[in-house]
Design a protein around this ligand. Structure first.
Ligand SMILES: NC(=O)c1ccc[n+]([C@@H]2O[C@H](COP(=O)([O-])OP(=O)(O)OC[C@H]3O[C@@H](n4cnc5c(N)ncnc54)[C@H](O)[C@@H]3O)[C@@H](O)[C@H]2O)c1
Length: 367
């Protein structure tokens, strides 16, 4: 993804790998395999260090994010490749909150970049839409909003229970993600930025988004900017996705709207994302979760994780290798060498092997 400020740009990088739970532990090794395959012909040195932070470890040792982990990742690694967290044996989701939200918050990964790109016409559920119609970027604010965990329960588990969850929005937090969206649009020659909120109902929190958006857009007169309420955005994305180049929104709405976007482009199995702080150690993960319903069956789609790895390579400044991964994924889709969620019959590892071989071949001819 051009326009994302680089962490490294050199010929070597250290990657922390956190496969996590369920299908996270199945798709991530495929992405690592593909990354290794493409690094060799490109004469890049990629070092991978795996961490077993997961529901298993939490249940076994009571440990979620170990002490010192954030500083270690920040100081010793260029990027983090993450699978997914979530396990029915941990109904509180405590380990996922500590590890994933902990890393997002403590590494201050304020940009959640979620590209929505249709890579083959047959994959969209929208009638008569083609690849050229569905190509946009969702920027989700990633460190604030309803995810900060401020709130509580009063008279819990009684008929009189009250539950409160606070929506925390800072001027600094809102401004930096809106500014990032405009900068991204400008650097990539994209003409349109849409900010979405629910300021008609959430007058305090999203009133702030409105005021900041109005101020920041003045500095980007070369970019067309518009506002849509989130309900209207959901409707318009389905009605005509051609209207959008860049969408910027809050943490909760970004979470939801990017899943909608993922479905427009072939489903969760294909959707990549980056949790980014420009210039600092950042975390890359597929949009999907741990999918307990298919975990252990060997049929999880690894392409979301592979496309996530391509985003990570771009963050590292390795654009040719990132392109090789994307070309290989497109080829798999065109040859229907895919898992059952995309209508194929292949296993997770078969798709991983195929992509690794194809990407290595592409990288060796282009290096
Ligand atoms: N970033 C994360 O780690 C993350 C994100 C979302 C959900 N979760 C967690 O994951 C668990 C399951 O959540 P969920 O079921 O709502 O969402 P999910 O994304 O895990 O699964 C939703 C649906 O999509 C399918 N799916 C997802 N990824 C796929 C893939 N790669 N290949 C084929 N099919 C795929 C699943 O089989 C399921 O039917 C929960 O514990 C949740 O909290 C974690």
């Amino acid at each position: 993804m051009p326009g994302i400020p680089l962490r490294n740009g050199g010929p070597a990088a250290r990657i922390a790998v956190i496969p996590g739970d369920g299908i996270g532990a199945e798709v991530t090794p495929q992405a690592v395999k593909v990354l290794k395959a493409v690094a060799v012909p490109a004469k890049r040195a990629l070092e991978f260090v795996e961490f077993d932070w997961s529901a298993d470890k939490y249940l076994r040792e009571g440990v979620t994010l170990p002490a010192g982990a954030v500083e270690m990742l920040r100081d010793e690694f260029d990027a983090i490749l993450f699978g997914a967290l979530g396990d029915p044996r941990v109904p509180s989701n405590q380990h996922a909150a500590d590890i994933l939200l902990g890393l997002r918050f403590q590494l201050d990964l304020y940009v959640n970049a979620r590209p929505v790109e249709l890579l083959h016409d047959r994959l969209t559920p929208l009638r008569d839409r083609t690849e050229k119609d569905i190509r946009l970027m969702v920027f989700r604010e990633n460190t604030e909003g309803l995810y900060v965990g401020i709130g509580g329960n009063f008279k819990k588990d009684t008929p009189d229970e009250i539950a409160i969850q606070e929506d925390m929005n800072s001027r600094k937090g809102v401004e930096r993600i809106i500014r990032y969206a405009f900068e991204y649009a400008r650097k990539n020659g994209l003409k349109r930025v849409c900010m979405s909120d629910k300021s008609n109902a959430m007058t305090f929190a999203h009133g702030l988004w409105q005021r900041v958006f109005k101020a920041v857009r003045q500095e980007y007169a070369d970019v067309d900017s518009r506002h849509l309420y989130i309900d209207t955005l959901a409707m318009e994305l389905v009605r005509d996705p051609r209207q959008f180049d860049v969408i910027v929104t809050c943490n909760l709405f970004g979470d939801i709207i990017s899943d909608l976007g993922a479905q427009l482009a072939g489903g969760l199995g294909l959707a990549p994302s980056g949790n980014i702080h420009p210039g600092k150690t950042s975390l890359f993960e597929p949009v999907h979760g741990s999918a307990p319903n298919i975990a252990g069956k060997g049929i999880a789609n690894p392409l979301g994780s592979v496309l996530t790895s391509a985003m990570m390579l771009e963050f590292l400044g390795w654009t040719a290798e990132a392109a090789a991964l994307r070309v290989a994924v497109r080829a798999a889709l065109h040859e229907n060498y895919v898992t059952p969620d995309l209508g194929g019959e292949k296993k997770t590892t078969e798709v991983g092997d195929w992509i690794a071989a194809r990407a290595a071949k592409i990288a060796s001819t282009s290096s």
